[in-house]
Design a protein around this ligand. Structure first.
Ligand SMILES: [Zn+2]
Length: 502
């Protein structure tokens, strides 16, 4: 069988040169155990292992046992698997590691389409705080189910997500309930903000939406106790360097150290933040985070668009995880991140879709494609990147950004059996000689047929086993209606189209 070993051509290995990260451990509390799938061997499929040497097999197998990969290889080595193990033949299918989405906001799942070309004045008047008023537990949970439905059915097995818990702290319980029921592996950040500095209108936090560091920490601990499991990790987030006081940033980072979990932030994410940070601190926001001592060891920053050379070096040295969100950056015209430089510097960089209010899809395949295309456009360099790089960023790159590369991101013996099965017998994925290119550049998200997490099948032949699709879609419709009403945006939505509607 031919083996596609491209390691000799791939100089950059997507951030894996950084020091090995600690394996994921309990956040100070015992973790709930989650189901592990039955022992099974999947055979006769194209297998992309995404391992260190990027072994790929035109016809291979993956043996899953106790929720982990027990063996993976070409079919001529199937004899290594005991004949008693249940077999599932997957002709015309491709198996690859589950996709890792490094950034979204699950509770925004029902807000899709709301912010398209919204005038800035309206965004300030109704789009920001009044919408948050509407995002209570019920609406946030409904949004989360919709977002998870899309992410999971199109191949995401691990997601990072950040949720604004003001003014409704119980929104977190709704989102986490949805995550728990779905079976998704997730790093769920509880976002806090507290800056009363009025010098930048876009970064100012209104009274009533400000947490105190003590309340924020107490809430994170409460949620960790209730929801942490083998698959779920609740972690603190300080929204941004301009939107949080130094005390908030430092104390939430200290909490993450104390409970051995991630610390997340949005950073260098817009021109407004770039200019505001220079004005307020005299330097960029990454430099400010270094001064506050929070760039490592398990920090994950979303966006990281506006980095100078020194800051780029800093995030590489500190092993800071970064989520590059190309579609969201383009949606808000907030600049094009230096993806080529981040990859060259061996930063821990993965990809994120961002929330439905800034993307609007939760389509990770589109994000992979756009990551390549937008960087080609920004560099005016058609030779930049590759479909292989895009797939690496969405698997091993994501694992590195989440500091979870010892557990997920590739199909290797001992790693978690998080994998997806793709139907390659579809028009957009033919011909199979160029299958890797087709997956990214001619993408077909719904070609994903099966999704396994810990070897447990959560999507089977396109059917979700843990989420009821019709009610998730219906509940999202109702949730958006309630949010529009609370925010006073019903009239705007009814009149914003220039077409004649009857
Ligand atoms: Zn975000």
């Amino acid at each position: 069988m031919p083996t596609l070993n491209r390691s000799q051509f791939l100089k950059f290995s997507v951030g894996l040169a950084a020091a090995a990260a600690a394996p994921s451990r309990a956040n100070g509390q015992a973790r709930k155990a989650t189901p592990k799938g039955a022992e099974t061997v999947l055979t006769d499929a194209i297998v992309l292992t995404m391992d260190e040497q990027r072994h790929a097999y035109w016809s291979g197998f993956v043996w899953m046992k106790d929720g982990r990969v027990s063996r993976v290889g070409p079919m001529d080595r199937l004899g290594e698997v005991p004949p008693t193990v249940t077999r599932r033949t997957l002709k015309n299918r491709l198996i690859m590691p589950g996709l890792i989405n490094c950034h979204t906001h699950l509770s925004n799942g029902a807000l899709r389409g709301l912010y398209d070309e919204m005038p800035l004045e309206l965004w300030f008047a109704k789009g920001m705080w009044p919408v948050l008023d509407g995002l209570d537990r019920k609406n946030g949970e409904a949004g989360a189910y919709l977002a998870i439905l899309e992410l999971m059915s199109t191949g995401v097995t691990t997601t990072a997500t950040g949720e604004i818990a003001s003014p409704h702290p119980e929104l977190m319980d709704g989102v986490l309930t949805a995550v728990e029921k779905s079976g998704m592996r997730a790093v769920v950040s509880r976002i806090s903000m507290d800056s009363a500095d009025e010098s930048s209108p876009a970064q100012f936090i209104q009274k009533g939406y400000r947490d105190t560091p003590t309340f924020a920490a107490d809430e994170v601990r409460r949620l960790q106790k209730r929801f942490n499991s083998d698959r779920i990790s609740v972690v603190p987030e300080a929204l941004g360097v301009m939107r949080c006081t130094e005390e908030m940033v430092r104390s939430l980072h200290a909490l993450s150290r104390e409970t051995d979990c991630h610390f997340t932030m949005h950073a260098a994410s817009s021109q407004d933040e770039r200019d505001g940070s220079r004005k307020r601190f005299g330097h960029g926001s990454i430099t400010e985070l270094e001064r506050r001592g929070v760039l490592g060891p398990k920090t994950l920053l979303a966006h990281a668009v506006w980095l100078d050379d020194g800051e780029l070096k800093l995030v590489a040295e500190r092993g800071t995880g970064l989520s590059h969100n190309p579609v969201s950056n383009a949606y808000y015209a907030s600049g094009e991140a230096r993806l080529k430089d981040l990859v060259s510097a061996k930063c821990r960089v993965g990809l994120g879709v961002d929330g439905s209010s800034t993307n609007n899809g939760q389509n990770v395949w589109e994000t992979m494609k756009m990551a390549m295309l937008l960087q080609k456009a920004a560099l005016e360099q058609a030779s930049f990147g590759s479909a292989e790089l895009a797939l690496e960023l969405m698997t091993r790159g994501g694992a590195a950004a989440l500091h979870m590369e010892n557990e997920i991101g590739s199909l290797e013996v001992g790693k978690k059996a998080d994998l997806i099965v793709i139907d390659i017998d579809r028009p957009s994925l033919a011909p199979r000689q160029t299958i890797v290119s087709n997956l990214v550049y001619s993408n077909d998200p719904w070609a994903v047929r099966d999704v396994y997490i810990d070897g447990e099948i959560v999507v089977s032949d396109g059917v979700h086993r843990t989420i009821d699709k019709p009610s998730a879609i219906d509940n999202a419709r109702l949730a958006l209606g309630r949010v529009l009403k609370t925010a006073g945006l019903e009239d705007y939505m009814a009149t914003r189209s220039s077409w004649t509607w009857k």
